[in-house]
Design a protein around this ligand. Structure first.
Ligand SMILES: [Zn+2]
Length: 191
């Protein structure tokens, strides 16, 4: 089942205090609307009833979707810095719920699940989207890492852009690939 607890919110704009349901766990098989809210990118949005100021609670919950074989431990983006600790905690949670430390019946369900850990709303949403699109998230993550390795640091990119300006200001033809290898087809490289 999906679990929520009541949380008091103090509006940072007007100081009004109100409450909202903060998610602790999601069972997407029983609550497909919560899965859809994550996909719609508005899950756990809070709106102050007094002044209308809105913000979003950080993700901190587990997500179960047996039908799609997904189990996620979703953490706030700021906890990425300590991801080693979160990985251990997530693995322990999974083991107790559906893994080696769980009852046999739960282990049978666990055998159908792929456990993952995410940091921040975009990462959690991405896991649902990738499954929706039939993409292998491991291949996607490896592709990201490969791209990050190939990209120059931002300072190098700025330096390249400066070089680009210099080579166009004197009338010479822009050499986009040499100036900006990371984005060979980017419009900023050719104008
Ligand atoms: Zn307010």
């Amino acid at each position: 089942m999906s679990l929520f607890s009541t949380r008091s919110i103090t509006c940072e704009k007007c100081g009004n205090v109100y409450t909202m349901d903060e998610v602790g766990s999601i069972n997407a098989d029983r609550r497909p609307d919560l899965r859809q809210a994550i996909l719609d990118d508005n899950f756990q949005d809070a709106v102050c009833p007094e002044c209308g100021h809105s913000f979003r609670l950080e993700p901190l919950f587990t997500y179960l979707d047996v039908g799609r074989g997904q189990w996620l431990a979703c953490y706030p983006a700021r906890q990425m810095e300590t991801y080693h600790n979160e990985e251990v905690a997530a693995q322990e949670m999974f083991d107790k719920s559906y893994g080696v430390d769980a009852p046999k019946a739960a282990q049978a369900i666990g055998g159908m699940l792929t456990p993952r850990i995410t940091f921040g709303w975009p990462a959690a949403r991405e896991k649902l989207l990738l499954h929706e699109l039939g993409l292998d998230d491991v291949i996607v993550e490896m592709t990201k890492l490969d791209l990050m390795r190939r990209l120059r640091p931002v300072s190098s990119f700025v330096s390249s852009a400066t070089t680009m300006t210099a080579c166009t200001s004197n009338g010479s033809a822009p050499k986009a690939r040499r100036c900006c290898p990371a984005y060979p087809s980017a419009r900023s490289c050719t104008t």
